[in-house]
Design a protein around this ligand. Structure first.
Ligand code: NAD
Ligand code: TDX
Length: 333
């Protein structure tokens, strides 16, 4: 078994690769992994067990047709994580989001088709549905993405579906809620706030802080992706939810508590443009069809995540200060 993992040096992709190489997925204990990753500001070699004998790392762009056509043959499956993933950056400039998320996905799918890669999982997101005030989205819900990031993910999600429908590619799509856990880039809410607190820097809370997200531990997301890979039906979409709904203010209070700081660290800053109010997934389908259930209790997962950042300042200081994002700077961080 040989698996091509795109974006495997990022937050979620690297968790998937580390777990797979550690023998965490039944039946894949001896699988070989090829990671293709461009190592953008979000990708980090240190996220991977670089010299593992069953890992091959290729630094490259998923939009490069020649490279991916050379790489795809010989792989049994592809799990496609690579993307520009940060909403705020897509508000500053959308072109890289369209190039990588839409063009890169199409390029990879063409290569999989011509190489005869037998199984593909396309990792999408709950943000493709837009924003929902009450209730939760099933997989049949119409797509109404609001940010350029979400729109580019919706486009790639539909491109992926079209390769199943038109060409018969054996492909499954997953749409997950907000992830948290170790190795997440400190541009995202939880690692940004934890690392700011560890450095004594204020927390830029957007707007009234009442936007709601459903938080799922990265280990639960990756286990669900593996279930989709091994048991998911072709052409089907599976929501991956079952996390914990929290307002941003609620998350902030939990983090303040875990780090031993108080609310004087909060700075209310201008709201994100077009800020989605609430995301909520109905994950009945993946529970009933694939036997998925999240395992990491939120309070424990969050405490472990905070402890990981406390224990690994070398990792996040290098990432945060090397790539001090324009976004964080404009937010006054
Ligand atoms: P991330 O930004 O941490 O990692 C993305 C990785 O893709 C990086 O290693 C980066 O170098 C690589 N990459 C970017 N452009 C590339 C290109 N052109 N060619 C090759 N590699 C490229 O993102 P993440 O949070 O790990 O998200 C992974 C996937 O999961 C994305 O598709 C994202 O849309 C999806 N997702 C994320 C979340 C979340 O909460 N983080 C939730 C649901 C779905
Ligand atoms: O400084 C901040 N202050 C703040 O209040 C940041 C970075 C975020 N926020 C708010 C905005 C959101 O309501 O926190 C919430 C979470 O923000 P992000 O961590 O940027 O995540 P989100 O925009 O919800 O998108 C995430 O979940 C879905 C991932 O980044 C996406 O890749 C995934 O598809």
């Amino acid at each position: 078994m040989k698996v091509l993992v795109t974006g495997g040096a990022g937050f979620i992709g690297s968790h998937y690769v580390r777990t797979l190489l550690e023998g965490g997925y039944e039946g894949y204990e001896s699988a070989h992994v090829t990671v293709i990753d461009k190592l953008t500001y979000a990708g980090n070699r240190d996220n991977l067990p670089y010299s593992h004998p069953r890992l091959e790392f290729v630094q490259g762009d998923i939009c490069d047709p020649r490279l991916v056509r050379e790489l795809a043959p010989g792989h049994d499956a592809m799990v496609h994580f690579a993307a520009e993933s940060h909403v705020d950056r897509s508000l500053e400039s959308a072109s890289e989001f369209v190039r990588t998320n839409v063009g890169g996905t199409q390029n990879l799918l063409d290569a999989c088709l011509s190489a005869g890669v037998e199984r593909v999982v396309h990792v999408s997101t709950d943000e493709v549905y837009g924003s929902i005030e009450k209730g939760s989205w099933t997989e049949e819900w119409p797509l109404a993405p609001n940010s350029p990031y979400a729109a580019s993910k919706a486009a790639s999600d539909l491109i992926a579906r079209s390769y199943w429908r038109t060409h018969g590619l054996d492909l499954t799509i997953t749409r997950c809620s907000n992830n948290y856990g170790p190795y997440q880039h400190p541009e995202k809410l939880i690692p940004l706030f934890v690392t700011n607190l560890l450095e004594g820097v204020p927390l830029p809370l957007y707007g009234d802080g009442l936007n709601i997200r459903e938080w799922l531990h990265v280990d639960d997301h990756c286990r669900a992706i593996q279930l989709a890979l091994t048991k998911g039906r072709a052409g089907e979409i599976y929501n991956i939810g079952g996390g914990n709904e929290q307002t941003n203010r609620g998350i902030t209070d939990l983090l303040l508590d875990l780090v031993g700081a108080d609310s004087s660290m909060i700075r209310r800053v201008a709201d994100r443009k077009g800020h989605d109010l609430r995301y909520a997934l109905d994950e009945t389908k993946i529970r009933e069809e694939l036997g998925y259930a999240p395992r990491v209790p939120f309070a424990q997962g969050l405490a472990d995540t905070v402890a990981w950042y406390q224990d690994n300042p070398g990792w996040w200081k290098a990432v945060k200060h090397r790539h001090a994002g324009a976004v964080a700077e404009t937010a006054g961080v």
